[in-house]
Every structure is written in structure tokens, then in C-alpha cells.
Design a protein around this ligand. Structure first.
Ligand code: PBG
Length: 323
């Protein structure tokens, strides 16, 4: 009897390289960045080692680095001055609001060399920290929020975004934004829909990164982590509304949802390795418990293996570590 030996294909680095099923390319990685108003120099985010709130100048430099490293894209989040926040998040759509100024600065720097993406959401800009407008009783008003998202997306397109990325999980947001963009003549601006976005504890460090004002939680609009079928349902709805790309978020703990969406989607699928996923690896590495570069490379490779065509990751510029 001859033993069947899968180990033959693992004998040397060259053999393993030859038969590797998944390879991660820089062109499929997107770097999330934060730009804050009123800073004189970049401010480190303590819970996200190596990540900072940028000034407009340091943001431009970071975008230039991302472009010359061959990354696929950059995703901008804006951090306004606390006193600029209001119940409607109105600073978000202002041309002189920090996110739109950041988008314009990045576009001026990189042109079309990098796909420039904008977070299309209100939570960074509202004084209550929710992703939408509130009803008198304190709930999040789905339909009233849609009009604001459409205006916000148009303002981002006008500032220079190639892609708008609605992350607020309002029902109907993709269609509302598509109609708003088209009516304003921005037919070429794409929508990357945060389609299956879960109410996750892994967003913790992000809340520090954007100076979030949120007191409660987002469980009436973000999904219950227990629900797999619902993730696919959300993605299919966004596809029907015209999403150009759909995203699953977070990534590592949701690879089943990602695989489901990848199998059903006829457009590119993104996954977001969120702040807590990145921070946990950094924190364990700081204690010497884990090899940072190897763990990041493995995590990103496995996200692609599960079906992501593009990956948002705070480690995007460290991609030499990705094999
Ligand atoms: C909402 C938004 C969040 C993240 C991206 N967009 C925060 C939230 O939903 O609470 C989280 C990203 C991360 O944790 O890295 N605009």
C-alpha cells in the first residue's frame, strides 16, 4: 500500500509558493486614515499603535506613501472639532468640513493613482454619536437620515471622492445615495456599501480614533453578531439597490458571512479588518506573545482566502509582511 502524501507539496519554500492558493497583492489593500480638524501636528491614537489622527499636511504625505507603495485605495474618516458637532452632523457635508477638505487634499496629492474613498456616515459629526438623525424619542430615524446621506455623498463626490462608502446601516441607503449622486451628475462615483455590518465590540479603538460622542450602542441598526443568514440578506438588498461593491465588517470573526457574500455577489466584495482586530494583534505582540508581522500577514491572507477581493486594513502599508 502506498500512502497518499499531501506533505510532498510542502517540502520546500519554492514548492509551497508554487501551489499557494491565495496571494495578497498591495493593489487590493485599502488604508483607512483619520484626518482631524484643529491639529498642529499628527496625534497618536493610543489604542491603535502606529495609527494617528492626521493634519491635512500629514494626510497628504500618507496618501503619497500609499500611492507609491502601490496600494489600491485610501479610506478617509473625518474628525471635526468637538464644538462643531450638532444633532444633524451638519459639518459633515460642508465643503469646509474636515472630511471634505481632507478628500480634496488627498485628490490634489494623488490624482487617480489611488482610489480615494470617503466614509459616508454621520457618527463622526453628530453630538450624540449616532449614525443618523434622531427621532423625538431618541431612536434613529431611518428615512430622514437617507436625505442627509445623499447630500453628504454628493458633497464628498464634489470634494474629489472616487468612492463613497455608506457605513450607517440605514435601510435603503444605497439607493438613496445612488439617486442623489446621479441627480447631481456624479454617475461615475462608485458606492462601496457596508452591507453586512455587525454591532461589534471590535470597533472599540475606532471610537477613540474619531473622538466618538456615542453613549449607548448601535444595536437597532447594526446587525446582531449571532446572525449569519441576515448578513447575506443585507448584501443582496444592497446589490439590488445598485451597490458597486459590498463589504462585510468586521472580518476575522465573520469569515462565514464573508464566504456567503462572496459566493452570492456578482460585484467585488470587500472586508474590513477593523480597529480591534488590528489592535489585539499589536497588543499581544507588544507583550511578546505573538509575532506581529506574521499574525497580520496570516490574518489578511485568511480574509482573502475566505473570499474578499479587497481588504481594508490599518496594516496596509506593512504589506511586505504579506506573503
Ligand atoms: C461608522 C464606522 C465605524 C467603523 C467604520 N465606520 C464605527 C462604528 O460603526 O461604530 C469602525 C472601523 C473600525 O473599528 O476600524 N462610521
Amino acid at each position: 500500500m502506498t500512502t497518499i502524501r499531501p506533505r510532498r507539496l510542502r517540502t520546500t519554500p519554492a514548492m509551497r509558493g508554487l501551489v499557494r492558493e491565495t496571494r495578497v497583492a498591495r493593489a487590493q489593500l485599502v488604508l483607512p486614515v483619520f484626518v482631524a480638524d484643529g491639529l498642529t501636528k499628527p496625534r497618536p491614537i493610543s489604542s491603535l499603535p502606529g495609527v494617528v489622527q492626521h493634519t491635512l499636511d500629514s494626510l497628504r504625505a500618507e496618501a503619497a506613501r500609499a500611492a507609491s507603495a502601490g496600494l489600491g485605495g485610501i479610506m478617509l474618516f473625518g474628525v471635526p472639532q468637538p464644538q462643531e458637532k450638532d444633532a444633524a452632523g451638519s459639518v459633515g457635508e460642508r465643503a469646509d468640513g474636515i472630511l471634505n477638505r481632507g478628500l480634496a487634499a488627498v485628490r490634489a496629492e494623488v490624482g487617480d493613482d489611488l482610489v480615494v474613498m470617503a466614509d459616508t456616515c454621520l457618527d463622526e459629526f453628530t453630538d450624540h454619536g449616532h449614525c443618523g438623525l434622531l427621532t423625538p424619542d431618541g431612536g434613529v430615524d431611518n428615512d430622514a437620515t437617507l436625505d442627509v446621506y445623499a447630500r453628504l455623498a454628493v458633497s464628498q463626490a464634489e470634494a474629489g471622492a472616487h468612492v463613497v462608502a455608506p457605513s450607517g446601516m440605514m435601510d435603503g441607503q444605497v439607493l438613496a445615495i445612488r439617486e442623489g449622486l446621479d441627480a447631481a451628475g456624479h454617475e461615475d462615483v462608485s458606492i462601496l456599501a457596508y452591507a453586512a455590518k455587525y454591532a461589534s465590540a471590535f470597533y472599540g479603538p475606532f471610537r477613540e480614533a474619531v473622538g466618538s460622542s456615542l453613549a449607548g450602542d448601535r444595536r437597532t441598526y447594526q446587525q446582531d453578531p449571532a446572525n449569519r443568514r441576515e448578513g447575506l440578506r443585507e448584501a443582496l438588498l444592497d446589490l439590488a439597490e445598485g451597490a458597486d461593491m459590498v463589504m462585510v465588517k468586521p472580518a476575522a470573526s465573520y469569515l462565514d458571512v464573508l464566504a456567503d457574500v462572496a459566493a452570492a455577489s456578482d460585484v467585488p466584495v470587500a472586508a474590513y479588518q477593523v480597529s480591534g482586530e488590528y489592535a489585539m494583534i499589536c497588543a499581544a505582540a507588544e507583550r511578546g506573545w505573538i509575532d506581529r508581522d506574521a499574525a497580520l500577514a496570516e490574518a489578511i491572507t485568511c480574509i482573502v482566502r475566505a473570499g474578499a477581493d479587497l481588504v481594508l486594513t490599518y496594516a496596509a502599508l506593512e504589506v511586505p509582511a504579506v506573503r
